[in-house]
Design a protein around this ligand. Structure first.
Ligand SMILES: O=C(O)CCC(=O)C(=O)O
Length: 357
């Protein structure tokens, strides 16, 4: 049975609005007999979290621990071994390649239960083998000021029309005595225009619309550094678009998450790239590669062509991709994704190969 959401709201703002009760569902994982809770917890809490990954601007942020897993559909098809993305927002001619990681078995076994509950509570959500095929994990150190800024997870690479995610929360070192000592998961109540503190306890599953603004803020300052807090670990399983209907969306979804939370293995640049201008950026990736044990295989690749030729090459690849889409009655071009500067030539090429099979 789903839990009463009121029992999880830990603020003084009263009863939840209809908007929240309709769109946020909570379960105690111990109540789900079809789910092996110990294996799930072990799989998630033993992830090798990466701190100080390279943020969008090329500097080291976020400071919280991050991890991503899942590199195929849940039926193990459409596996992606390497992903490509712009190395930083202000260097879109340089790409970073990451090595993907499969979903741990403990999570894989639990996914069908989460998918069934999602279909039950959100009948308008699209359910395919891309549903919960990828997970993003966050680790907030005890008493730290680790945060996640307010955001939604409703990009076009998540399946519509009702975008959803399933979030699992753990306090592996024990739950703090009071919710105020915890890193606080908050959701924006659009109806009342207020942030609500949804205290997701150890072993909770929260299935919610991912277009609800949410954030995580640190424990209340006066309680920090008193050893009241405990490490909080959360995984959100994402409902990606299926590659049969939106192959570019699927590739960009996997690539985006691995760029920000995964294991970098190479940097590729055109031959007119001035390396000295990007030393900090390159060093930041090397530092992450050291943490993720990909340092020994890490390579810097200077291409034979310059940035103008690279742009021209990508234009031609996009044209080729559009033609392939036109020949495929099932898929529709995601023009928004295709025109974004974070789409790199290697990903366009990978989607061409996928569609040409
Ligand atoms: O830690 C949480 O509960 C939320 C995580 C989150 O918002 C995210 O991964 O996008």
């Amino acid at each position: 049975m789903a839990q009463n959401i009121e029992n999880y709201l830990s603020d003084s703002l009263g009863a939840p609005s209809q908007y929240i009760t309709d769109n946020v569902i909570i379960y105690d994982l111990n109540d789900l007999s079809s789910c092996c809770v110990e294996d799930l917890q072990e799989s998630i809490c033993s992830l090798n979290f990466i701190h100080n990954h390279v943020g969008g601007h090329g500097t080291n942020s976020p400071r919280r621990g991050v991890y991503v897993f899942g590199n195929s559909l849940t039926d193990n098809t459409s596996q992606i071994d390497r992903t490509h993305w712009t190395a930083s927002m202000n260097a879109s001619h340089i790409s970073v390649t990451t090595k993907t990681t499969p979903m741990p078995n403990g999570v894989k076994t639990a996914v069908p239960t989460f998918v069934d509950l999602t279909a039950k509570h959100f009948p308008d959500a699209t359910i395919t083998t891309a549903t919960y095929c990828l997970g993003v994990a966050n680790c907030y150190s005890a008493d730290s000021d680790h945060t996640i800024c307010a955001h939604t997870d409703a990009q076009t690479w998540y399946a519509g029309p009702t975008p959803v995610f399933a979030s699992i929360t753990y306090y592996p070192d024990g739950e703090p005595e009071k919710p105020e000592y915890c890193h606080r998961f908050q959701i924006l109540d659009e109806e009342k225009k207020s942030w609500r503190f949804l205290h997701l306890r150890h072993n909770t599953l929260c299935i919610m619309r991912s277009d609800i603004y949410h954030r995580v803020i640190p424990p209340i300052a006066k309680y920090r550094n008193k050893n009241f807090g405990r490490r909080r670990i959360n995984v959100t399983l994402r409902n990606l678009v299926h590659p049969s209907t939106n192959p570019l969306g699927y590739y960009q979804a996997v690539s985006n998450h691995f760029r920000y939370y995964g294991k970098p293995v190479s940097i590729t640049m055109p031959n007119d790239c001035v390396v000295e201008d990007h030393l900090d950026l390159f060093l930041n990736y090397l530092k992450v590669a050291l943490k993720t044990n990909t340092y020994n295989e890490f390579t810097f690749i200077k291409r034979k062509i310059d940035s103008t030729a690279q742009k021209e090459e990508h234009k031609l690849l996009k044209k080729q991709l559009k033609e392939l889409y036109n020949n495929d009655p099932e898929s529709a071009i995601d023009f928004e994704l295709m025109s974004k500067p974070n789409l790199v030539w290697q990903t366009t090429n990978a989607v061409i190969k996928y569609l040409s099979k």
